[in-house]
Design a protein. Structure first.
Ligand SMILES: CC(C)(COP(=O)(O)OP(=O)(O)OC[C@H]1O[C@@H](n2cnc3c(N)ncnc32)[C@H](O)[C@@H]1OP(=O)(O)O)[C@@H](O)C(=O)NCCC(=O)NCCS
Length: 179
């Protein structure tokens, strides 16, 4: 398996056609059951996110094509990331952001028939390789197998959140990064 890190915004933008079918297949599965509207939202989101300074994309590719991908970006100071929590009030010194403190894993996806061979772990490691943030965060559906998977990677629960109106409940997780 080859792992390719893309940080150039133009190159990252060009990858979207390859990412879309993998996203559609992976997040069409339970518990996500995402449909065309959700895939369109992903495309729209990615078009914005890949232009953010500090954006990183990692592709896992072999002879069979794209097996998975991961991408993420730093949290900017105006981010609403730490709002919408349902079960906890986070202190201001925890939620303060400056585009350097926190890196977000936005998406991590491996095709079902390529799982269980270390691809996800390698994508996660490559995504964070060289990231200088103090901490990494993500949200995951509590009922998804990925929630336990992230715990195994050292992430801890921050609380439950509903990131936008009508969104399902997600759990927010965080992990310190070594400088
Ligand atoms: C989560 C996901 C990326 C993991 O990818 P993967 O390639 O199967 O993961 P790996 O093979 O690298 O797993 C690494 C380790 O986790 C373990 N593991 C696998 N599934 C697990 C689970 N459900 N719970 C706990 N540990 C798990 C493996 O045994 C392996 O352990 P080891 O390194 O000690 O042998 C993949 O399952 C996926 O794409 N899921 C659907 C999309 C998703 O939910 N993404 C995350 C939310 S955005």
């Amino acid at each position: 398996m080859e792992y390719i890190t893309v940080t150039d915004p133009t190159d990252a933008g060009r990858q979207l056609d390859a990412l879309a079918p993998v996203y559609e297949a992976v997040f069409g599965e339970p518990p996500y059951l995402e449909g065309p509207r959700d895939v369109a939202d992903f495309l729209e989101r990615y078009q914005r996110e890949h232009k953010t300074p500090g954006f990183r994309l990692v592709l896992a590719r072999d002879d069979g094509g794209l097996a998975g991908f991961a991408y993420g970006l730093p949290l900017g100071s105006g981010s609403g990331w730490w709002s919408g929590f349902l079960d906890t009030d986070l202190p201001e010194d925890f939620t303060r952001e400056d585009a350097r403190r926190t890196f977000v894993v936005m998406e991590l996806a491996v095709l079902a028939d390529r799982r269980g061979h270390g691809v996800g772990r390698a994508l996660h490691a490559a995504l964070l390789d060289g990231v200088t943030a103090e901490r990494v965060t993500l949200t995951v559906r509590p009922e998804a197998p990925a929630a336990a998977w992230y715990e195994r990677l050292g992430y801890q629960l921050v609380g439950l959140t509903r990131p936008w109106d009508e969104a399902p409940v997600y759990q927010s997780m965080i992990k310190p990064l070594q400088g």
